[in-house]
Design a binder for this molecule. Sequence first.
Ligand SMILES: [Zn+2]
Length: 487
Amino acid sequence: MAKAKQIQIGSIEKEKKSLGEREYPIKIGLEIHGYLDTEEKLFCMCRAKCPENIDWREEKDNTRICPICTGTPGSKPMLPNKKAVDNLIKIALVMGCNVNCGKELVWQRKHYDWADLPKGYQNTISGAHAVHPASNGKFHGIRITECHLEEDPAQWNPETGKINYNRSGSPLIEIVTEPDFYDSEMVVEWLKNLINSLSYIKAIKKNAGIKVDVNVSTHGERVEIKNINSIEKIRKAIEYEIVRQLENHEKGIVQKRETLAFDERLGKTIKMRDKEGQADYRFIPDPDLPVIVLNEKEVKKVEKELPEMPEVKLDKLSKKYKIDSDNAEILSRNLELVEFFEELSNEGVDVKKNLSWITVELLRVLNYNKKTLEDDDVDIKPKHLAELIKLVVSGKITPLKAKQVMNDFVPKSFSIKEKGDVVSIAKDAIENICKQVINDNLHVVDEFKSGKEQALNWLIGQVMRLSERRADYKTAKDCLIKLLKLT
Ligand SMILES: [Zn+2]
């Protein structure tokens, strides 16, 4: 049997070259949904997030619900959550959008019939009749069509038929891009930048992730791959779909508009339904919700309070602080970390020379404790680390001792100057300890003399232990060798 011709990504590259960039037929657009970081849901006062003392994977179903977010007949929504609206403005500004101030933003009812939607409609500021809160942006070279708010549906388990309303009514941001991407790599890089920037403004829930609908078109109409929830799956889905469409095109099959799902187990996109048009959702304005009018003054105020974005920090790290690109990348991945670095510099530390105290040691103690600088209970002050580094630089304490002090910096750091017992001990004190270690461990000394190299390391370890790591390593080693020769 003749094998069907396989189109590989390499041949797409060839096609791209032969057509030239402008006529290149592959177009990819994204609709990104993110969970906004708010305490309460969008139209009721139920908690929008799982309590911190519970692992969200183990949270019991239907524990954060009320008549509003379960769509009980007769219940009416409360006023929209102000924090969600503020977060929308922040995101819109970071996306470079025009925020539509002074216009009436009308909540719509988007109707569809599915078990996860108790009201029979989803509230959203989008659809045929809506003025978008923000539009016409550009982020890292990709045009942004619009950003809007909507509520999350519940969670329906098709196997058990059970519905969990815990996330029903949680506020979501949706960011819609123009189809400006032309391969999976470009999408992946862009999404990483997006997630990093959104983490700087604390608008998105840290662990909730994103859900992305990906539109892909090649020679025919566009198809939509729904609800992909990780960057790696997005990459795989796009690569599979491009090859599938180009293969079909070669066979003369014309692509119609349709909606697909990505089955990760099979590594394939699978048809869900023919694409419904906007009319199918029967959008109507919601009479129970007030219109929102954004105020220009307020938007300007939010804009002023935005932190510097990752690309600005990266630029500063390389130009102002002369940090190499790998380390700059590590620092700029986290706003708290890069700000810690800048404050350390303000405390008079040569941050370039002492970089590893942050990128290696600080991250080591945080990782060991499974904490980040962002955590509410973590309070590590740059001035305390600055004191410690200065003591090491001036030779008053050993690097080993400083690292040991840092182990106790989580969750709260402290002033090392106020603790008198950390300064390195003098050479003759080290010599005394070495003598004591040799006298107490004559059998190990014999082992060393019979040629066992590691016996020396064990003895140095004992000196470190007895001196509470205040002995300088090299001094201790030299002193031990000298004494062992005399023994
Ligand atoms: Zn509720």
